[in-house]
Design a protein. Structure first.
Lengths: 294, 221
């Protein structure tokens, strides 16, 4: 996979190939898997994403801890009040996938399970409003994947290494590139969307209550999805950013490395260490399940 | 090397790639090393696995893996019921393995057909796992190949002898690693192959007088 956004875009411009084709052909060359097979596998991945979004919106999923479930449905039913329908529905869809994840449902870690809500939410919402079809969405996933690959190599995707910015921040950057590409944005606008989105996620800590992928994760996925759309919107309007996307990614990596361990998925700091959170977690029964009859 | 499907994947049962998907895969590895679904299993969890496993479905995922369910199999949610139906009896304990141990470590002891096997491994993140010990012997197994691991007294000709036996049983070698273990002055051989390694081939290897221990670990789909 490409090691910089700059080289990914340069590759597309020098060869005259669309961005998704560059990512696809690079993957095929590196893994030896035929391009058609890679596309088919991404289409299956998209189908899993769609199912999870639909499942959570029914409102019946509940996690074993009882901390999450039913909120996606509530937001969906309440509908848009302050935001436009597209953004409100995107928020509900992001929460939806994370609720399915917390309830041991089937999801796609993109790039991680903890950030699995962002990309499906923005993709499904784009399709819902623009009627793009699966082929276009697969192309958008290739663009998103190319961006995620760069971040994996330059920074980190793991909350335990780089905080929440590494998980939902990466997912947001991937999502904004996908949305900008689907909206007909130029290469420059795609790069700007990545930078604008990620700069707004910098420094975000990973502080899950009880160490569980639930709260605040479901809300962080919603706000990351919104950030992705906001970044795309500003880039598509021609707004600029003076720092290159690769530089912003490097900053994200640096911030992650300097982040105290209390804020890197240890549940030792941040929201996880508040009295409210401790009270919630204390009442969880601890058990060592056994299937041995005595 | 990063692949596209490390970014757009894995497709998995939630909520955590390390604590759920990886835990399931460790169960699958212990099952593969045991040679089938065990009759009984004792699972000891260390560190973060012990502390936050409950809310991550770690216990269910390992039990599911022990009966052969994959990380993307929704039956992981009913793993206890499935395991009871499959005839597995299981038990969990917390264990303290020290600061050097990976925070997501598990030791699984299995019993099948009168044979006891102890498998130790860790979930490395993103659903990837490494088995680091089998019956106390140091190994490094990821489940991506059919693997023969063996420990031999360090004397000349052992590598050639093993390779000859495998060739005679039509096993095509993908990789072969030899490490000398410091303490015993034994040679640890890890042989990865594309095809399954037969009981006959394992039996032939075990008949060598310099062999201390050998085991076949099938590839995990």
């Amino acid at each position: 996979m490409h090691k910089s956004i700059e080289s990914l875009i340069r590759d597309a411009e020098e060869s005259g190939r669309p961005l998704p084709q560059v990512v696809l052909e690079t993957e095929a060359a590196e893994t030896g898997v035929p391009a058609a097979e890679i596309r088919a596998r991404i289409a299956r991945t998209l189908a899993v994403m769609r199912r999870a979004v639909d499942e959570g919106l029914k409102g019946e999923v509940r996690s074993a801890s009882g901390l999450t479930g039913g909120r996606a449905r509530k937001l969906w039913e309440n509908g848009p009040r302050l935001l436009g329908a597209r953004v409100t529905e995107t928020l509900a869809r992001a929460i939806s996938t994370l609720e399915v994840n917390a309830a041991m449902g089937l999801i796609v870690a993109a790039p991680t399970a903890g950030a699995a809500g962002v990309l499906p939410a923005v993709l499904v919402s784009m399709d819902d409003f623009e009627h793009l079809g699966d082929d276009k969405l697969v192309d958008a996933m290739l663009v998103a994947g190319g961006v995620g690959g760069v971040i994996a190599q330059r920074a980190s995707l793991a909350g335990a290494e780089g905080g929440c910015q590494a998980e939902t921040g990466t997912a947001a950057a991937m999502g904004s590139a996908a949305v900008t590409w689907l909206s007909g944005g130029s290469h420059e606008q795609i790069g700007t969307a990545i930078a604008l989105t990620l700069q707004g996620m910098l420094g975000l800590i990973c502080d899950p209550i009880g160490g569980l992928v639930e709260i605040p994760c479901i809300y962080r996925n919603a706000s990351a999805a919104m950030q992705a759309i906001a970044g795309a919107e500003m880039a598509l309007a021609g707004l600029d950013f003076p720092v290159t996307p690769d530089e912003v990614i490097d900053v994200m990596g640096e911030v992650g490395r300097r982040m105290p361990s209390a804020y890197r998925e240890t549940a030792m700091g941040g929201l996880a260490a508040t009295p409210s959170a401790r009270k919630l977690v204390q009442i969880r029964p601890s058990s060592r399940p056994s299937g041995i009859s005595r | 090397m990063v692949s596209l499907f490390d970014i757009l994947g894995p497709t998995m049962v939630g909520p955590s790639s390390s604590h759920t998907a990886g835990a399931c895969r460790l169960g699958q590895m212990a099952r593969a090393i045991a040679g089938g679904t065990p009759e009984r299993a004792l699972v000891r969890l260390h560190g973060s696995f012990a502390a936050t496993g409950e809310g991550h479905g770690t216990h269910r995922a390992i039990v599911g893996g022990l009966i052969g369910l994959s990380p993307d199999d929704l039956r992981l949610r009913e793993a206890y019921e499935e395991a009871t139906a499959a005839g597995l009896q299981w038990e969990f304990e917390d264990v303290e393995l020290g600061d050097d141990a990976h925070p997501n470590s598990a030791i699984v002891t299995t019993w099948l057909n009168g044979e006891e096997v102890v498998t130790r491994g860790a979930s490395l993140g993103g659903g990837r796992v490494e088995v680091t010990e089998v019956d106390g012997f140091p190994v490094s197994l990821g489940g991506n190949y059919h693997t023969l691991v063996l420990l031999a007294h360090d004397e000349p000709g052992t590598i050639a002898a093993v390779a000859t036996i495998l060739a005679a049983h039509h096993v095509n070698l993908a990789t072969m690693r030899v490490d000398r273990t410091g303490r015993h002055q034994d040679a640890l051989m890890t042989i990865e192959a594309d095809e399954p390694i037969s009981d006959a081939a394992l039996g032939a290897v075990r008949s060598f007088p310099w062999l201390r221990w050998a085991r076949v670990v099938p590839k995990i789909a």
